[in-house]
Design a protein around this ligand. Structure first.
Ligand code: GNR
Ligand code: NI
Length: 174
């Protein structure tokens, strides 16, 4: 297993739509293992393959608490089959937007259909942080970031600051 670099906004890759996998193979499981290791190292509670530059519909999530046993969930080709009318607010962050957080409103509950680590068709009912995180990750597969739900002013400000950070890093390396 090897941790990979996480792509930071602004980067056009993060705006592309990811493609479904045709089958779940050992290579898929290797990707899932690398993604999980990358997510834990970050640390984060979710990661989409596009965040490590792979445009495939693959996500990993683990919302277990620090003291509890790790509970990773692997989702291949996830599809939301139900969302509740009721919504909730969560303070969201994103490993591709380091240092920025905002309250985002999303459906409180969702149902998601996907292939698991072994390629088995599965359905999961999610609520609370798990539901929010799954929706955040599936957004990544469609090229959507949480800042897209903010006002244009707030979004542009965050992206501009991240762009400046990147330029400063490039300068320091040169
Ligand atoms: O680590 C993460 N925390 C988080 C908090 C609230 C809602 C969503 C998330 S996902 C984020 C990791 C990430 O960027 N996944 O794409
Ligand atoms: Ni994210």
């Amino acid at each position: 297993m090897s941790p990979r670099n996480i792509i930071i906004e602004p980067d056009p890759i993060l705006r592309k739509k990811s493609e479904p996998l045709e089958q779940v193979t050992d290579d898929t499981r290797k990707l899932l293992d690398d993604m999980l290791q990358t997510m834990y190292a970050a640390p984060g509670i979710g990661l989409a393959a596009v965040q490590i530059g792979i445009l495939r519909r693959v996500i990993v999530v683990d919302v277990s608490k620090k003291e509890e046993k790790r509970e990773p969930i692997f989702f291949i080709n996830p599809e939301i089959t139900f969302t509740s009318k009721e919504t909730s607010l969560f303070e969201e962050g994103c490993l591709s937007l380091p240092g920025y957080f905002a309250e985002i409103e999303r459906p409180s509950k969702c149902k998601v259909r996907y292939l698991d680590y072994n390629g088995k068709q599965t359905e999961l009912d999610a609520e609370g942080l798990l539901s929010t995180c799954i929706q955040h990750e599936i957004d990544h597969l469609n090229g959507i970031l949480f800042v897209d739900y903010l006002s244009k002013l707030k979004k542009d400000m965050i992206i501009k600051k991240l762009q400046k950070q990147k330029k400063d890093i490039d300068k320091a390396i040169l």
